[in-house]
Design a protein around this ligand. Sequence first.
Ligand SMILES: *Cc1c(COP(=O)(O)O)cnc(C)c1O
Length: 348
Amino acid sequence: MLPVEVLEETQSELVNYKNSGMSLIECSHRGPHYDEVHNEAVGLVKELLRVPDEFGILFLQGGATLQFAMTAMNLLAPSQKAAIVHSGHWANLAMKDSQVYGNVYIAWDGTDDQFSRTPSENEIELQPDTRYLHITTNETIGGVRLYDWPDLGVPLVGDMSSDYFSRHIPWNLMDVAYGGAQKNLGPSGLTLVIVRKSVLETHPRDLPTYLDYRVHYATNSRFNTPAIFPIYVAGKVLKWYKDKGGVDEFEKLSIARCAHLYGMIDASNGFYNCPVEGESRSRMNVVFRLPNEGLESKFLADAELQGLVNLTGHRSVGGIRASIYNSMPMEGVEKLANFMDNFRASHS
Ligand SMILES: *Cc1c(COP(=O)(O)O)cnc(C)c1O
């Protein structure tokens, strides 16, 4: 979800942007109106995530999905190795696409534990001469969170699609952070990539223009037409984040939100069951099961009658998933928790 204030402001500006006589989405991507919007959004990313000057901030397209390949294309020579924390669905896709461009091996594998947890730093086994370690800081489908940022002397490349702006990033460990905007930042169609500038000095292969980070950095993400509308709305979301207290505040809120739901699950005498262990439990995507699929269908149908929607688990795993991103107010979480309590009382 997005903050309703942001949606209303967007609506009020949509037809005639700041008395320009045009909508912003009709303006030139090189004109003064969009220029301001673009640079303000870049500045807010930098400020909110405390991005050091050694990093470039890129607004790209193609989703996090394109970054699975693009990170490897730009960082990994065919003779080099990269490691990956195999933490679930998204890590698996990142591995598949990055393997096209180099030798990618699994440094920790959650398969045997059915992806019910993430590793601590000392469980990750790196081989010598590893160029980078790919992590998925939050597995959106499995509901597992990487709680430990691995500090193993190898730079990190992190898919942060579903927990961007809900936690600070240890920049000293990172080469690249990336994520699609649509979970915790704004509308779909925008990918936020933050890349260490020194990475751009090495050049593992010739690349088509759009796939080369150096091109986007050199042009402030305007080599070609950027995704104006998503960037414009994301800028408003970032402003809203800033007004509400920034990433520190959203991290606190995320802890409070998920604690409410995990508390309800753990106090249900097994009626609700979360397959994820302790510290690895996601603060953004709370996944749980009911005693059987029939009850899960009833749960979803009854919830919808009360206005509690989008609770179906990902089609690949089933069950229930409550996604509680930054814009979700505590009242939404409380309403769900009350519903869960009542549902259990009448069905167990
Ligand atoms: C949603 C998601 C993706 C895919 O994002 P797209 O922007 O749709 O390509 C990748 N990684 C994670 C962790 C996600 O949650």
